[in-house]
Design a protein. Structure first.
Length: 222
């Protein structure tokens, strides 16, 4: 498999995107960090943290138990994981503590047995740092890119502007294709893959600009 062929291409850095694609906790953390900074910076944050913690993935138990001051320093070390590393360090630890308390530290358990889109949306909204809009965007990512599609997931996501754009890549189907359509192949599939990744990034950015006047809502104090 092409090392750049990952379901999530949000960091625009192969190693960071690979981590996002294989690690549920990294994906949740990247979405948490995605406020008031460029999206690529936010979704590179989990890879940066994993490197600084000396592992190839994030561990909710480890982060939850980490000394808060030391973890804040870890996040603030240049290049910082966020514009406001101290505030976001607290939120990342709050997220991990919640996952430890409610899901034994297993981030994928948030969606693994969700029966409906509304149930999954409720679980995501309950996560520290996740409001309704952030939860809807992440639910759409789960469905569009990671194949997590409980009944009614599209309706529950209700992404601003009519939903995320069609997927690209090997599993792309034309907008008017039925369930029996065959995946595209060769150069056209690669072209569609690149376009799909770009379109997905634009859709996310558009959703983040959902506040009146096109300005992103402020979630994180300076």
């Amino acid at each position: 498999m092409d090392p750049t062929d990952h379901p999530l291409r949000l960091a625009q850095q192969p190693e960071a995107d690979a981590l996002l694609s294989r690690s549920p906790l990294a994906a949740l953390t990247g979405m948490l960090l995605d406020q008031q900074i460029p999206m690529e910076w936010a979704f590179t944050g989990p890879y940066t943290l994993a490197e600084r913690l000396g592992g190839d993935d994030l561990d909710a138990h480890e982060i939850a138990a980490y000394d808060p001051e030391a973890f804040a320093e870890l996040c603030a070390r240049k290049p910082a994981v966020h514009r406001y590393p101290g505030s976001m360090a607290k939120r990342v630890q709050q997220l991990c503590r919640y996952l430890v308390e409610h899901y034994d530290g297993d981030a994928s358990a948030v969606w693994r047995d969700a029966r409906t889109g509304d149930e999954l949306l409720g679980r995501l909204t309950a996560l520290p740092g996740y409001g309704t809009q952030k939860a809807q965007i992440f639910l759409a990512l789960l469905g569009k890119r990671l194949g997590v599609r409980p009944e009614g997931w599209r309706e529950a996501a209700r992404v601003r502007g009519g939903g995320l754009v069609p997927l690209g890549g090997r599993h792309h189907r034309p907008r008017d294709a039925g369930e029996g359509a065959r995946p595209q192949a060769g150069g056209e599939a690669r072209r569609q893959g690149r376009q799909g990744g770009q379109n997905l990034r634009e859709a996310l950015k558009s959703a983040r600009r959902g506040a009146p006047g096109g300005r992103a809502p402020r979630h994180c104090p300076p």
